[in-house]
Design a protein around this ligand. Structure first.
Ligand code: TXA
Ligand code: MG
Length: 334
């Protein structure tokens, strides 16, 4: 049985943290909350532990992991070539939801980088995560703690649902505050390139270092192998309605109800009185980010055949939310 320990993220109990740290040091797997989503952690310097992690998630071996560090020395032990731009970004956004792709140090377990000469690194701000890394005294490789292809976990129960007894210990620190994964910024290219949008937006990055590109074309996406794989998918079919679509949400939902139960995630009121129609209302982009993955899982559990998601404007954090909606969707109405 997987052990689940409930912790207050403001003041995690040291003896629990030390237990998690000893499991990591012994080559085990510990799931823990970060400010973005829950991660599944293993010692980033231990190849056997990292391979166990790939197996537990059923993650394709060509999709590299993010290494989590708790201080500057630890960063230098896994990555080299931090540019002056990198230094400024670290000063401004760490600890926090920004992952930097840097030159990899040879001591990092090989499969962490999936054969790439680079390594992705971030310093999380969630105290449970930070204290766990500190106590383990080793960098922790941690992908999101979902089974590969499923929506990322935003509560401990999602990890348990997907990975059950394939994890040694789960720290339950309540719901994560941001709800979608970190921004991934490649600093090995000039100009730096966003491989995955997140809560640290392009505008925020440009304010600190000037020009930053957003990867869009197939060639650029090839740099972040994870973006090639199927992602964020519930079992139901997801239908994305772009936010400026002229088609009425209510009409679309009514039509889909002829196929079976329908879930709707969005801000427009759909006045449909039907036992098979489930609504999860989201307002701002922040709200949407926090609620999205849990909502997809919940609607799956309710038996929705189709989940209609309403797009939002791509301003600020909206870009990251739209990125996840597009990846989850199998159909788009523009
Ligand atoms: O918020 C987050 O980043 C969460 C929490 C747990 O920290 N982690 C997370 O990990 O989302 P994961 O494995 O689900 O996503 C890692 C992403 C993938 O898209 C992967 O391809 C990319 O980072 N990545 C990792 N290493 C890379 C590298 N060396 N070069 C380019 N992309 C890399
Ligand atoms: Mg993931």
């Amino acid at each position: 049985m997987t052990q689940v320990i409930r912790l207050d993220p403001a003041l995690p109990r040291q003896e629990a943290i030390d237990l998690g740290a000893s499991i990591i040091r012994d080559g085990g797997l510990v799931a823990f909350p970060t400010e973005t989503v829950y991660g599944l952690g293993a010692d980033a310097m231990n190849e056997t532990a990292v391979q166990k992690l790939f197996r537990a998630k059923r993650r394709p071996a060509d999709n590299p992991l993010i290494v989590h560090v708790s201080d500057r020395d630890m960063l230098d032990s896994v990555a080299a070539g931090v540019t002056p731009q990198g230094e400024r970004l670290i000063g401004r956004f760490w600890p926090g939801p920004l992952t930097l792709v840097l030159k990899r140090q040879p001591e990092v377990a090989r499969s962490v980088s999936a054969g790439l000469p680079s390594v992705a690194v971030r310093m999380p701000s969630n105290k449970i995560a930070l204290e766990l890394i500190k106590s383990a005294r080793t960098p922790i490789a941690a992908p999101s703690g979902n089974a590969s292809g499923r929506p990322s976990p935003t509560i401990a129960a999602h990890v348990l649902e997907d990975l059950g007894d394939r994890v040694d210990l789960i720290f339950d620190g309540g719901p994560t505050s941001i709800g979608i994964e970190s921004t991934v910024l490649d600093l090995t290219t000039e100009p730096p390139m966003i491989l995955r949008p997140g809560a640290v937006t392009r505008e925020m990055l440009m304010e600190i270092i000037g020009r930053v590109d957003q990867a869009t074309s197939g060639e650029h996406l090839g740099r972040s192998p994870g973006t090639r794989h199927q992602h964020y998918s519930p079992r139901a079919r997801v239908l994305l309605v772009e936010h400026d679509s002229p088609e009425s949400i209510e009409l679309i939902c009514r039509e889909r109800l002829t196929e079976g139960a329908v879930g709707f995630i969005g801000h427009t009121r759909a006045a449909i009185d039907d036992d098979e129609f489930f609504v999860i209302e989201v307002g701002s982009a922040d709200d949407y980010a926090r609620a999205l993955y849990g909502a997809l899982r919940e609607l799956d559990q309710k038996g929705a055949r189709v989940i209609v998601v309403e797009g939002i404007s791509e301003d600020g954090k909206g870009a990251a939310v739209m990125d996840r909606l597009r990846r989850a969707a199998s159909e788009v109405i523009e």
